[in-house]
Design a protein around this ligand. Structure first.
Ligand SMILES: NC(=O)c1ccc[n+]([C@@H]2O[C@H](COP(=O)([O-])OP(=O)(O)OC[C@H]3O[C@@H](n4cnc5c(N)ncnc54)[C@H](O)[C@@H]3O)[C@@H](O)[C@H]2O)c1
Length: 372
């Protein structure tokens, strides 16, 4: 299954082929990102609503298909991109493994940790790759922050904080019936803040326990529009997650800050895209270049999604695991499941754990039956 190809000229001739399943909001970002690359192409589009696929196909001149079977047979993709509502990812992936194609999956990989374990087992059995779209990991200031952490520049870690203060009005939730439901989406912690939760865990390391409170303050949805979490990491440091879509009148920030005994870094902006503070006790060559070259995400639509695909393609050709493979994608979902479990029962949850009272990924009837 793994092809090792380093020659760029050859790579341009045998482009990696992606076929999209789900042609809603996020699909055009994936197409825009892939179209920038010489060694990749989108070879087909499928949506359960054919008109949606057709409209997108016409906009970008990409063939559309009436079924995934037909698309796989005709366009021979290397990857199937799962861009359907979050609560559909598990069923979709499990159904489509029969084609033995690799997967790109939008975040979150699936809603329940036990579903992810089944996905990983099945894909592992078939040697199928999974890449989860946590594209913010490729934001230049984030890449530099991770580099500083890996170099040990922070010393002993003290506190990691992520904040998402966005504004989503009722019209946003009403536009898609799946949004804000327990069965298909979850609330702000699963949908909007899953990037920030992924980021905090990636920066700070394994989590020992979480304690959470959630509330539905302004949105008329099933799940939460606001949540706060306190965390303890295995290395002894503490963490805070603050997330809401009930900021008014407009979006305020999406940020991460890491504090250690020898330094502080804060990255803010709307999607952890702008360096705000870079301050270390001991100087390093990267201190100048970080401000000159890496302080912001370039102002180009879906820039970091293109970086996500570059990493995926390079790793595919060199036969190594991508930055956000299935196991990486599992981490934030396990945390989110633990956060909901804690909010539901009002107690600290130690990881690893098996969800019992977490409503995410369940209809009311399933929850009432399973949590009796
Ligand atoms: N990475 C990010 O920053 C980011 C941003 C937005 C959304 N997302 C994620 O992308 C996913 C989709 O979100 P969206 O906003 O594009 O949703 P959307 O509702 O706009 O689009 C989903 C599309 O999937 C189609 N669909 C549903 N079931 C299907 C099936 N069984 N087979 C084929 N098509 C099917 C729908 O008809 C719809 O066109 C979600 O998981 C969401 O969390 C990620």
């Amino acid at each position: 299954m793994v092809i090792q190809v380093k020659n760029m000229a050859y790579r341009k001739q045998i482009k990696v082929k992606f076929a999209l399943i789900g042609c809603g909001n996020i699909a055009s970002k994936h197409i825009t990102a892939i179209k920038r690359l010489d060694d990749a192409e989108v070879v087909g589009l499928y949506d359960i609503d054919f008109q949606t696929a057709k409209a997108l196909g016409e906009k970008f001149s990409i063939p559309t298909f009436p079924s995934v079977e037909k698309m796989v047979e005709t366009a021979s993709p290397d990857f199937l991109n799962i861009l359907t509502p979050s609560g559909d990812h598990f069923e979709r992936i499990m159904d489509l493994t029969r084609f033995n194609k690799h997967f790109v999956v939008e975040k979150p990989l699936a809603l329940r940790v036990e579903h992810i374990d089944r996905i990983l087992e099945e894909c592992d059995k078939r040697s199928l790759r999974i890449a989860v779209a946590h594209q913010n990991r490729f934001n230049p200031p984030i890449v530099k922050l991770k580099e500083a952490l890996n170099k040990g520049r922070f010393g002993k870690l003290v506190l990691g904080t992520v904040r998402l203060r966005w504004s989503r009005n009722q019209a946003y939730y009403d536009q898609r019936p799946w949004r804000g439901t327990w069965a298909m989406d979850g609330g702000v912690l699963t949908n909007q803040a899953s990037h920030h939760i992924d980021m905090l865990a990636w920066m700070m390391g394994d989590v020992e326990n979480v304690m959470a409170k959630t509330a539905r303050r302004l949105a008329n949805i099933e799940a939460e529009d606001t949540g706060v979490v306190i965390m303890k990491f295995r290395n002894g440091a503490l963490g805070v997650i603050e997330a809401t879509t009930a900021t008014r009148p407009k979006d305020l920030e999406g940020s991460v800050s890491i504090l250690g005994e020898k330094g502080t870094v804060e990255i803010g902006g709307f999607f952890m895209n702008e360096l705000k503070t870079w301050d270390f006790c001991e100087p390093d060559d990267m201190d100048t270049t970080v401000w000159e070259q890496f302080a912001k995400v370039p102002d180009m639509p879906a820039w970091n999604v293109t970086e996500f695909y570059k990493d995926l393609i390079n790793c595919y050709y060199s036969g190594v695991s991508g930055l956000i493979d299935g196991i990486e994608g599992r981490k934030s979902v396990e945390l989110i499941n633990a956060i909901y479990e804690s909010a539901e029962i009002g107690r600290k949850i130690f990881l690893r754990f098996s969800p019992e009272k977490c409503r995410l990924g369940m209809t009311k009837a399933q929850y009432n039956k399973d949590s009796r």
